[in-house]
Unconditional design. Sequence first.
Length: 61
Amino acid sequence: MKNSDQSPVVQAFAVLVAVVAIVGSQLLGWEWGGGQLVPTLIGVAVAGVALAVFFSYWMRS
């Protein structure tokens, strides 16, 4: 997939995920594997959305 094929919504979602990850790790003390529920739930939700986007592009090609 070329970079120009990405919709603005997908790009905005990617920026949002990056901001949440940076703010969560730097300001809120979130750690992967630290037994914290919020980072785990966010990670699972983002992984689900990423898979949905991947398969929607894959099914179109």
